[in-house]
Structures are given as C-alpha cells and as structure tokens.
Design a protein around this ligand. Structure first.
Ligand SMILES: [Zn+2]
Length: 416
C-alpha cells in the first residue's frame, strides 16, 4: 500500500461520531481516493465489476474517471462519495482527516438538497473583483470579522460593524453577485466551518479579497462561529426560507455605525489588486511560453461544459478563461478532458462557458498519440475522442477537422 493511502487510513480512523452538524456523519461517508497510482474506495459496496476487494477497501487500477478534484463526486452506480487526490494534501493525519470531513460535508449537501446549497458558479466570472472601493469595503469587513472572532467579551460590536461594512458593499453589488457570494459562504463556508470545528480551531478570515470564492471559506465559517455565540438554533433553519448567514446574524444583531475607510486600507486594496493582476499576467505568459506541441480544438458547433474547477480559473479579457488544471467538455462530435494541465477556452457569448465554448487551446503537449484512425488523441493530461472527424498535425499544432461530405443534391457541404 502506498504511503499516502496508509496516511489516509490513519486519517479515517480519527473520525468519530462527534456531532459537527445535525445528521452529518463523516465517519460513514463513502470516500474515493486516488494516490497517484490506483483509486481506493471505502464505506460503500462495489459500484461496478471494475473494482476488486482488498480487505475493507475496494481498488480500481489507475485513476477512476469520477476523481478529478477534492470534492463530492458521483460513482458509476449513482452513489455520492467524497473524492480526494491524495498527492499534494497535508501529511498530518488529523489535518488530512479535516479535509476529508470538508469534502464529506459536500456529499451531505448533495444528499440533502436545499436552496441553501444552490449556487451558480459561473457568476464568479463577472464578479467585480478589481473595483478598489469594493475591495476596501471587503478588507474592512474582514478586519471587523477577525476582531469579532478573537474578542469573546464584546464580539457583538465588531460583528455589528462587519454587518455594516457588508451593507455598504451591498449597495453597489449586483444582486446576482451578492447571491453568489452568500451561496458560497453557505456551501464552502459551512464546509470549512465543520472542517475547523473538527480540528477545534477558530476559522481565519484571510482569503484574498479579490478572490470571491476563496474568500467565502473563511468569511462563511466566521459568520457560523458568530451564529453559534448567539445561542440561535440556526443550523436547521438555514434552508427555509433560504437565508444567508449574515442575514440570520442581522436578525439578532443590529449593524453598528462605522467611520470612513482609512486611506491606508484603500492603498492596500489598490496594491493587492495590482499584485493579483501582475500574478495573472505572469501565469498567462507562462502558459503561452510552454514548449511542446499545441492542440487546437474547434468543432463544427459549440462545445458544452461538462466539468471545470472553479478554484482554478483565471478570467482574461475577450471571453477567454485560463483553466489551470481541469476542463471537461463535449458535444455530438467531440468529448474531451484536460486534467493536470492548463488550457485556454474562448466563448464568443455570455454567460461564459454556459453559452458554449467556441474553441480550446492546450499548449506544451508532449508524447501525443493518435489512435482509432485519427479519431482519438491522447497525451499526458489530455484525452480527446471524436466520433466523426480526425486529428491532423499541421505546423507543430494538432487540429480537429470535421469530416465534410458533399450533398448529392445541391453540392452544398453538409455534416452528419
Ligand atoms: Zn469545499
């Protein structure tokens, strides 16, 4: 057994039936984990004949297609499991167990559908995350929340100030972006809350204010800890009607008056915006500078989104998105997956991705193999299958060419 799997089993043994959330049982949740070699499954019967039993675990050779990230995933028989890619995760069993608890909470959310767990990930692409005023207000909110978490005697004053900073920010935020932020605070913030509760730690509000999704982990967990202090039975009342965590807190706590934003905070907000822009430009330049072959994917009709990693997307101008590690797409002609490798998608219409993808570029591809009469292209991190067209090599670039047949009546090209 690999070292990382051994570590994961130690982590599993640390899970107890201690209540972190009503009806949530991470100790019994199915887990599917990939250790870089094989995939192992726990706490559920074999979902298909592709699995072999080894003591209390089930083993699948190689990476099972349902494991693409640390998240909740659906197995071939419909069972929802917490999936973990063990390489790159912490080597301390307790911390690893806490991450598994976080992903198990996403399984719990999927098995207990509620408006509280609904969101539209694509709203993040238009979120105004380089507006300096909004950033400064978010910094003030984060600072007030941090004070509230650490001041146990008078936590209400800074918590009320955090509510007021949020209220001010709401005034210029589009409702869809406000909904997205609050949904993420419930979905990811509460998963983070059970994770830190498992470790008996206090959440830290330290996410980059420019990254709305990442920021929601700490902020959502912070609202949850403050709600616990009110003595309210808030966990069971969250879904109906669907309320945001800050709105529930505001029922118990009035916003407090706050002053002006200090100049230094404006300056910090401005500097962090510049820094993130610089980092993004560097990542794009590194993507463009990759050696190796390139693959250009454009079908005769739009490609549809099958899966992506919202934590690893950089929004560029002109309808382009840089996917740092994962994208799955397809249509009647092509099915494709880019995994562990960056690719660039271009959509000519909004909302990006949801309205279809016009083209995808993968750079730095090596060891390309084209099989099945030119229909399947495979390389490390890349698998493209076409039903009717072919992959052709032209000037260092692999391109997909749809098979075009002449129509017998009009001579106009048609596709089938
Ligand atoms: Zn999560």
């Amino acid at each position: 057994m690999s070292q990382s799997l051994l570590l994961f089993e130690q982590a599993l043994s640390l899970m107890t039936s201690r209540s972190l959330w009503p009806q949530f049982h991470p100790e019994n949740t199915p887990y599917i984990v990939f250790d870089g070699q094989n995939t192992t499954l726990y706490h559920t019967p074999p979902p298909s004949h592709a699995w072999t039993r080894d003591a209390n675990r089930l083993v699948f050779r190689g990476r099972h297609p349902s494991v693409t990230a640390n998240t909740a995933t659906v197995l071939e028989n419909g069972v929802v499991a917490a999936s973990l890619m063990l390489n790159g995760l912490p080597s301390d069993p307790k911390t690893l167990a806490a991450i598994a608890v976080h992903e198990a909470f996403h399984v719990f959310q999927q098995l207990n559908p509620s408006p509280a767990w609904e969101s539209n990930e694509l709203d993040a692409f238009t979120y105004p995350n380089d507006d300096e005023e909004m950033l400064a207000l978010a910094v003030m909110e984060d600072e007030a929340l941090t004070c509230a978490l650490h001041d146990r005697h008078d936590w209400q004053t800074p918590a009320g100030e955090a509510l007021e900073w949020r209220r001010r920010r709401q005034l210029s935020l589009h409702p869809q972006h406000l909904n997205y932020e609050r949904a993420m605070e419930r979905i990811e913030g509460l998963a983070h809350y059970v994770e830190v509760s498992f470790l008996d730690q206090c959440p830290r509000v330290e996410g980059d204010v420019l990254k709305v999704r990442q920021r929601a982990y700490g902020v959502g967990a912070a609202w949850a800890v403050l709600l616990d202090r009110t003595g309210l039975e808030w966990k069971l009342n969250l879904a109906e009607p669907s309320m945001s965590l800050d709105e529930v807190l505001a029922q118990r706590l009035a916003p407090r008056t706050v002053g002006e934003i200090p100049r230094a905070v404006h300056q910090r907000a401005n500097e962090s915006a510049m820094r993130v822009h610089r980092q993004r430009a560097q990542e794009v330049a590194a993507f463009e500078a990759q050696r190796g072959e390139s693959v250009w994917i454009r079908a005769s009709s739009k490609l549809w989104l099958r899966g992506f990693d919202p934590m690893n997307v950089i929004v560029l101008s002109g309808g382009q998105l840089l996917h740092r590690r994962y994208l799955r797409f397809g249509n009647d002609e092509i099915e494709g997956e880019v995994m562990g490798q960056a690719c660039l998608s271009f959509s000519s219409s909004e909302p990006l991705l949801a309205s279809g993808i016009d083209e995808i570029r993968v750079l730095g591809v090596e060891e390309v193999q084209v099989t099945e009469e030119g229909r399947q292209l495979e390389a490390p991190g890349l698998l493209l299958r076409s039903k009717q067209g072919r992959w052709c090599h032209e000037g260092g670039e692999w391109r997909y060419t749809a098979v075009v047949e002449a129509s017998s009546s009009s001579g106009t090209p048609s596709r089938n």
